[in-house]
Structures are given as structure tokens and as C-alpha cells.
Design a protein around this ligand. Structure first.
Ligand code: ATP
Ligand code: MG
Length: 283
């Protein structure tokens, strides 16, 4: 039987969440830091642990069928792969930043200026689109110290909280792209049954993460007011309680408007609200 290969980052910002996602999909494997390949015991899959920069090309060339990597790395390497699923972690943006004592206020002022980056391809396309010609200086790391050293006038680097920029006396100036971890596959791999099975498992884990399971009690006379506030996967389940006038309502609600919903539910007469995490939602 065919065995799929999925490439994930060996160590770094995406490693832990990638491993967690695969484990939450019910895949059993050892996560030894020393090994480069780990077989999954309960699914025809092998996990390859690689530098993130190598993942897009490995997937394009079919050395791995699938990969988990930041969109920024995919765009920079300009590979031909299929985007299969956004994964909701590793969120960051690629930004141009300038020293905080600078006089640059408009993008045109970057004309003729030196910008240090590890993302010359993405930055080059962005500047070309805006008709700006800067001197792109490609360096391999520690981009944020280059203006202080007099190596560049600005930088273009990944930012999540902005803490690194701030501590180096830089302020974000323009958003070049936003990025998150994505599942990619070799072109055409989306037609493979095993790949589809894995995508479905991943989607069920992601859906579950976005929602909570809620059980609450309500008097029958307030039931309509309460159910009007509940979306649910279908309609909520309503279960009679021993005390005749009361029912228990079971449903799922989105994490993002969780607290708003809960206070609205209380106002509508809900009591004894129990909220639980969901492991998987299979539609
Ligand atoms: P590797 O050793 O695998 O080459 P790396 O040092 O190139 O790792 P990391 O710093 O671990 O890469 O970042 C991996 C990915 O995490 C980035 O490509 C990006 O998609 C994402 N990311 C999220 N937040 C940040 C951030 N603040 N800075 C850098 N990358 C971030
Ligand atoms: Mg890297």
C-alpha cells in the first residue's frame, strides 16, 4: 500500500504546532528530535523533519507529498504547489520597517534607499508593483540590526508582536504580506484519496478548535429566546429535565464571539451554563 510523506519543520516556530495538529488528527508517531523520518503507526504516512526553507521544493518535486510551511516561504521560493488548507497558526506579517527617528512618511521615499531583507523575491515584486526602485540587500539573518549598523535605510522582515522591531529602534512602515502556516501538496495530490482523508481529519480538528460545546438549562417559556441566539451545527438539541418546566439545551458556539453570546444567553434566561472544549467536528 502507498505511504504518503509529509514534511514539517524540524525545529523552530512551526514545529510544535505542526506536531500537535498531526497528533490531534489521531496520528501516532514518535517525535524524536534526532530523527529525520518518523513513521506513523496507524496511518500510511511518514513524517519528514526538515528546515522550513527546504519544504516547498521537496513538495514541488514530490520527495514529500505534503508539507506544512509558512506562506511567506512558499511565495519566496516561487514553487508550483497546491495550497490545500490554511492552518491558523504561525501568523505573522512581512513588513517594511524604518528607524524611528527617520523622516520617511511615504512609500515613494524608499526610492533609491537600501532595504535589507531575507525575502528579496517577495519584496522585489511588492516594490515593482508600486513602481519603486530600491536597493534590495539580501542578507541571511538578523535583518533588524542592519539599519543600526549603517548597512541599510530600512528593513523588510517578519513581524508578529513587533517586539523585536521596537527593541531595535524600528517602526513598521508598510505591510508587504500577511502569512500563516498552510498545508501544501504536490500539484494534483489533492485528487489522492489518502490526501483527502488527511485533509478531512485536519479540517475536523480546526473546526473543533473554533467552537465550544455548550450545555445550559432554561425554563420552557424562555426556550425560544435562548435558541434564537444559538447557531449550532444544525439546530440545538433540547432535552427535557426531571423538573417539568425546564429543559437542557446542547449546542456548539463559535469561540470568537463566545463571551458576547454567553452574556446574551444569561439575559435571555439561560442558567447553569457549562462550556466544554471539542476534540473533533466531522460534518
Ligand atoms: P529553519 O531552521 O527551519 O529554517 P527559520 O529560522 O527559518 O527555521 P522560524 O523562525 O522558525 O524559521 O520561523 C518559521 C516560520 O514561522 C516563518 O517562516 C513564519 O512563517 C512563521 N512566523 C511566525 N511568526 C514569526 C515571527 N515573528 N518571525 C519569524 N517567523 C514567524
Ligand atoms: Mg528557514
Amino acid at each position: 500500500m502507498k505511504t504518503l510523506k509529509i514534511a514539517i519543520q524540524k525545529s523552530g516556530r512551526l514545529n510544535e504546532k505542526s506536531v500537535e495538529l498531526l497528533k490531534n488528527c489521531g496520528l501516532n508517531f514518535e517525535n524524536y528530535k534526532s530523527s529525520l523520518i518518523s513513521p506513523v503507526s496507524n496511518f500510511p504516512l511518514e513524517i519528514l523533519f526538515l528546515r522550513d526553507d527546504d519544504i516547498p521544493e521537496y513538495v514541488q518535486d514530490g520527495i514529500a507529498d505534503l508539507g506544512i510551511v509558512g506562506e511567506n516561504v512558499i511565495q519566496e521560493t516561487e514553487v508550483e504547489v497546491s495550497y490545500l488548507q490554511k492552518l491558523g497558526f504561525g501568523k505573522c506579517s512581512l513588513k517594511i520597517a524604518v528607524p524611528n527617528n527617520n523622516s520617511i512618511t511615504a512609500l515613494e521615499q524608499l526610492n533609491g534607499k537600501a532595504i535589507a531583507t531575507t525575502y528579496p523575491v517577495i519584496l522585489g515584486k511588492y516594490l515593482a508593483e508600486k513602481n519603486i526602485t530600491s536597493d534590495i540587500r539580501t542578507i541571511s539573518g538578523s535583518v533588524e540590526i542592519s539599519p543600526g549598523l549603517g548597512l541599510s535605510d530600512a528593513i523588510c522582515d517578519l513581524v508578529s508582536t513587533g517586539g523585536t522591531l521596537k527593541s531595535n529602534g524600528l517602526v513598521p512602515f508598510a505591510d508587504v504580506m500577511s502569512s500563516e502556516a498552510v498545508l501544501i501538496g504536490q500539484k494534483g495530490s489533492e485528487n489522492d484519496d489518502l490526501v483527502q482523508e488527511l485533509i478531512q481529519r485536519i479540517q475536523s480538528v480546526l473546526r473543533a478548535k473554533e467552537t465550544k460545546y455548550v450545555v445550559l438549562n432554561v425554563e420552557r417559556k424562555n426556550l425560544n429566546a435562548v435558541t434564537a441566539l444559538l447557531p449550532g451545527v444544525k439546530s440545538p438539541s433540547v432535552v427535557p429535565l426531571a423538573e417539568g418546566d425546564w429543559v437542557a439545551v446542547h449546542t456548539v458556539i463559535p469561540e470568537r464571539d463566545f463571551w458576547d453570546r454567553i452574556s446574551q444567553l444569561k439575559q435571555a434566561g439561560a442558567q447553569g451554563i457549562v462550556v466544554m472544549p471539542i476534540e473533533k467536528i466531522i460534518l
